[in-house]
Structures are given as structure tokens and as C-alpha cells.
Design a protein around this ligand. Structure first.
Ligand SMILES: [Zn+2]
Length: 393
């Protein structure tokens, strides 16, 4: 993260506003991580009060070279509000951001933003609505959305299979054919369900000889070492135990709600509890990879609503996935705004209210041990392909 940001200023001038007037040099609002550190999910179709709030307070997303992003307000927008975007030199140590451009975003219109294809690095953007006094635009807006499409392959991605530590009952020789069959099952699902080809790298073994216990959420400052892997592939990391300070159940795996990029940064890892139960394992990996590619749960859990501090996002916004009334969250607590999917072992009592079709969807939030959870709808499939074009890989 930090090495990336050091290079950001060098490329400042490559940033281009396709529309809108430039106001280079305007003072930015101070970046306040407690208030402004929301993530924006690109191409998200869910009812999105959290995004409307985030753009007022300041939100960030990773812009990739060669990609185009469109900000759009189809609902209410106060006349005094103006869209500003800033390049972040450092999102995490509270240093000020660099002002880049501002543009009027009128109700019903859209503003496009792109990084030059010459710009080789991912750019962390901070976007905020400011009023004519340069302050927060507290009047609020409605129906704000952020769309992106771009220059990366829509029909393929890769997975690095990492194994941290030793696994009782499995030698390294056992793990290799196991990984092959696991990958083949996952690749088949994504190929048939989303028309996407999934490549494989691994298994890659770390230098740890003992069983490895991963804490949720893990310590970004002191992550374990991964060894090997192909650049630009999703890092799926198997461990022999996952613990959480919160009670709530056995964690099968966790992943960011949406991948920031396919690189070795720990924030982009998909953590999976290794399990000799092959069906449970492949469906958990495939589910978490689905989040990485930008898919929401078909039905939000209490945890999802709490993490995003948005109780309007009850489903994924797709018309071809089924909504059903779930309650009873996972009981696993995460800081609001950290946006993890935490997948727990076993069924949820409330899930039986949902139809078999709903429960068989890959992105149904709870494990359904008796069902094959491998269904992707056409709209889910389409979103995977669109999102892949804005993930550098
Ligand atoms: Zn999930």
C-alpha cells in the first residue's frame, strides 16, 4: 500500500477528467479516516443509502489505468454540491490528500473519470461532494452510483493456492492432487456459471512447519509470509484453524467484500479453513472468490447491514436472484466499514424460510450442507465479467 502511494504524485498529471471543469490547486477538505474512509463498490446495483452517505462524507475506491469510471446521480442533488476527487498519497496515516479535479455533477447527469493507459499504477481516489463554501455537502443526495469498465480481461482470472503451515493427515504430496481436483471443481463452476476461465497456480507452501492458526480479523501489520504465486492472481490462503474473539460459530473462511486488486497485499487475501470435506471446501472458496469479484450476498445478513451501516441494502439489487426474509446475523463482530464476509459452518435456522433455489445460489450467505451451492444468475454472471474489466489482472 505504502509503496504504491509513494508513486502516486509522480503520475498526478496523467489524470484526466473527460468532462467537467478543472480547478487544480483547490484546498481539499482534511481527510478524516473516521468519517471519510468508506469504500465505494463499483457497479453495485443494490439500493445504496450507504453510497449516498459515503459520497457526501468522502469515499474511496481504487481506479485502474485504462479504465473509465462514471459517477451518476439520478435522484436528488442540492444545487450547491459539486463532485471533487483527490488522489490519496496515503489513505492510512492521515496525511492530506492531493487535490486533483472538481466537477459539477448535475441531477440526472454523469461525470466520467479515467486514468490514462500510460498510468501503470493503481490509483487510490478519494471522492467527495463539497458545497460552494468548500465544506461537506450535508444536504445529502439520493440515487448516487458509480460504474466502471475498462481494459482487463472479462473472461478470465487466476487463483494462487497457498497453504500456510502443516495440515493434520495431509502431506504436501497429498495436497497437490487435492488442489488439482479442488481447482477443477471451482473452475468448472465459474466456467459454466459465468463464462469465465479460471487459471491455477500452486499449491504454494509457506515455510511454516506447524499448523497455522489465523485470527479474524487478521493483523495487517504483521501478516504471515506467502511463498510464491503468480502475480495478478487472487491469493487463496488455506490455514488449519481460524479463531475469532467474538463467539458465533466455526468460521469456514473470510474474504473482503470486494477485492481491491489482485496483488499480494494481505487485504486482498481470501482466507479459508482447510477441510478434508471436499464439497464444503470448494463451495466456500468459490463463494469467497465471488465476493472478491464484487458480488454481494443475495440476501443481506445482520452482519452485512451492520458492517456497511446501511439497513437499506437488503439484497443484491439483481432481479434474477431471490430475496427472502432472513434474520439472525452471524454473531461475528467486525468493525463497521471493514466489509468482511465471514462464512460460518452449518445452517442458519432462518435460512429454511428461503426456497431451495435461493439457498443454492453461490452467494447465499449461509452454508447449506445438504445442497449444492453453485448457481449463478445471468445478472451475477454479467457483473463478474464487468468487474473483471476493472480489476488489474
Ligand atoms: Zn459471503
Amino acid at each position: 500500500m505504502k509503496s504504491l502511494n509513494k508513486q502516486v504524485c509522480m503520475y498526478l498529471l496523467f489524470i484526466v477528467f473527460v468532462t467537467g471543469c478543472s480547478i487544480m490547486g483547490e484546498d481539499p477538505l482534511p481527510f478524516d479516516p473516521a468519517r471519510n474512509n468508506r469504500r465505494a463498490y463499483i457497479n453495485d446495483l443494490a439500493a445504496n443509502d450507504s453510497l449516498n452517505q459515503a459520497i457526501v462524507e468522502g469515499m474511496n475506491f481504487y481506479a485502474q489505468p485504462g479504465c473509465t469510471y462514471q459517477f451518476q446521480v439520478s435522484g436528488y442533488l442540492h444545487n450547491d454540491c459539486k463532485l471533487h476527487s483527490y488522489r490519496m498519497f496515503s489513505a492510512w496515516d492521515e496525511r492530506l490528500v492531493a487535490p486533483v479535479e472538481g466537477s459539477w455533477l448535475k441531477e440526472g447527469e454523469q461525470v466520467s473519470y479515467s486514468l490514462s493507459p500510460d498510468f501503470k499504477e493503481t490509483g487510490l481516489l478519494w471522492v467527495i461532494m463539497r458545497n460552494k463554501n468548500g465544506d461537506h455537502c450535508n444536504e445529502g443526495i439520493s440515487d448516487f452510483s458509480l460504474f466502471g469498465e475498462g481494459g482487463y480481461a472479462a473472461n478470465q482470472f487466476g487463483i494462487n493456492y497457498h497453504f500456510l503451515g502443516s495440515f493434520t493427515g495431509f502431506s504436501q504430496d497429498d495436497i497437490s492432487p487435492f488442489t488439482d481436483s479442488l481447482h477443477n471443481r471451482i473452475a468448472l463452476m465459474y466456467n459454466e456459471g459465468a463464462g469465465v476461465n479460471v487459471q491455477k497456480s500452486g499449491p504454494h507452501f509457506s515455510g511454516y512447519n506447524e499448523p497455522y492458526t489465523m485470527k479474524f480479523p487478521y493483523d495487517f501489520e504483521n501478516p504471515p509470509n506467502l511463498n510464491g504465486g503468480t502475480s495478478g492472481f487472487i491469493n487463496v490462503v488455506f490455514v488449519s484453524r481460524i479463531t475469532s474473539e467474538s463467539s458465533g460459530g466455526d468460521i469456514l473462511g473470510f474474504a473482503p467484500r470486494e477485492g481491491l486488486g489482485m496483488n499480494e497485499e494481505p487485504i486482498n487475501w481470501v482466507i479459508i479453513l482447510f477441510d478434508s470435506d471436499y464439497t464444503r471446501l470448494w463451495s466456500t472458496v468459490a463463494h469467497e472468490v465471488g465476493h472478491f469479484l464484487g458480488l454481494r450476498h443475495t440476501v443481506a445478513t445482520d452482519l452485512d447491514l451492520q458492517n456497511e451501516n446501511d439497513f437499506s441494502n437488503l439484497d443484491d439489487g439483481f432481479t434474477d436472484t431471490e430475496y427472502c426474509d432472513l434474520d439472525g446475523g452471524t454473531g461475528i463482530s467486525a468493525e463497521p466499514g471493514t466489509y468482511w464476509c465471514v462464512r460460518l459452518a452449518g445452517n442458519s435456522l432462518s435460512a429454511i424460510r428461503c426456497s431451495i433455489t435461493a439457498r443454492r445460489n453461490l452467494m447465499f450467505p449461509y452454508e447449506q450442507p445438504t445442497l449444492n451451492q453453485n448457481i449463478l444468475s445471468e445478472q451475477q454472471s454479467s457483473m463478474i465479467q464487468t468487474n473483471l474489466t476493472v480489476i488489474q489482472h
